[in-house]
Design a protein around this ligand. Structure first.
Ligand code: SAM
Ligand code: SF4
Ligand code: SF4
Length: 332
């Protein structure tokens, strides 16, 4: 347990800090251009090292792994990592967060390797809006939809995440809602967050979960909060009269730090105890000095015991630090 009585149940692993998109709210091109110092290969944890960390956390009660990044499907042979995790523990819940651009090609092999679930990020169905938000001309919303359909076909659990920025893609809320209700795929709206230091976040650009629900009610009718959700579930769910559920991840207007059981492992082997942390704790050195699972488990347990992060609950109470780590590095 950490200082606030929160157990460590989820580990998010950033398998790469690189991405084939440049979403303006995450990796704005002016900060992540060709001169950006991405991690060199020898600094990246190997799959064996990641599995070693996971093995060390199982005795602490780890239940879920989420592979993320950057764009995790850019890391070569990701299925090998999934197979190794599955071999280590047949009951761990293994999920992947992806922008979906490469999902169509990989869905079947990911499923066969033992992946349970995939969360696909998609912020617009309208091509121009999509390409301007993701700052790409090489990918289209149709390709992402094709990836989503392939993931459903092979039997992966699928959810879709959408970040809404005011005056950028708010016109996409209803089209996305209608599309995914028809497909029967849960859609979750994420409030635009002040993660990192490069996305020029300001409160005025946030569209709150409450605002989105008001809009959805006009088309879908009353939304009833779903009772009995697990405390560690970050999305608050609301059901339409037809039984479809929308999720809302309201880390700005309704933070959920009290139930936060997530640790993050960056691609270069540092443990972060909060998405908004300014520094990580080096685990790679222990791994590369041949640390046993017991030694690594002990090191992470001692970091976790001292954890008292609750950034989102304190947002606004203090001046934001300009040394917060970037989301593409730490893993979203
Ligand atoms: N590249 C993958 C993707 O986009 O799904 C995985 C990594 S990405 C950092 C993980 C999630 O973080 C995505 O759903 C993305 O929309 C979300 N995200 C990134 N920056 C954000 C921000 N400033 N506010 C809210 N969500 C953000
Ligand atoms: Fe890449 Fe995902 Fe960040 Fe977009 S949100 S830039 S797809 S890591
Ligand atoms: Fe967890 Fe930090 Fe987010 Fe709070 S702000 S929910 S402690 S990651």
């Amino acid at each position: 347990m950490d200082e606030k009585n929160r157990p460590l149940r989820d580990l998010r692993i950033s398998v790469t800090d690189r991405c084939n998109f440049r979403c303006t709210y995450c990796m704005p091109r002016e900060h992540f251009g060709s001169q950006h110092p991405f991690l060199p290969r020898n600094e990246l944890l190997t799959y064996e090292e990641m599995v070693h960390v996971i093995a060390s956390l199982l005795p602490l009660g780890l239940e879920k792994i989420r592979l993320t990044g950057g764009e995790p499907l850019l890391r070569r042979n990701l299925t090998t990592l999934i197979e190794q995790i599955r071999e280590l523990d047949s009951s761990l819940d293994i999920a992947l967060t992806t922008n979906g651009a490469l999902l169509h090609d990989h869905a079947l092999s990911l499923k066969e390797a033992g992946l349970n679930r995939v969360t696909v990020s998609l912020d617009a169905l309208e091509q121009e809006t999509f390409q301007s938000l993701a700052d790409t001309t090489s990918h289209t919303p149709n390709a992402i939809l094709k990836g989503i359909e392939s993931a459903i076909e092979v039997g992966l659990g699928v959810k879709v995440n959408t970040v809404i920025k005011k005056n950028v893609n708010d016109a996409e809320i209803l089209p996305l809602a209608e599309k995914f209700e028809t497909l029967g795929v849960p859609l979750r709206f994420i409030e635009f967050m002040d993660v990192g230091n490069t996305n020029a976040w300001q409160m005025d650009d946030v569209v709150s979960g409450g605002d989105i629900r008001r809009l959805l009610r006009q088309s879908f009718g009353p939304l009833t909060p779903v009772q009995g959700q697990k405390a560690s579930e970050v999305a608050k769910r609301y059901r339409t009269p037809s039984g479809y559920e929308f999720g809302f991840i309201e880390s700005v207007t309704s933070p959920f730090c009290g139930d936060c059981t997530r640790a993050r492992l960056s691609a270069n082997g540092q443990i972060y105890t909060c998405l908004f942390a300014t520094k990580g704790h080096d685990i790679k050195s222990i791994l590369r000095m041949g640390g046993s699972t017991q030694q690594i488990g002990h090191a992470i347990a001692s970091i976790w015991t001292k954890r008292n992060d609750r950034y989102s609950e304190e947002r606004g109470a203090q001046k934001p630090k300009d040394t917060k780590v970037e989301m593409s590095f730490i893993g979203g």
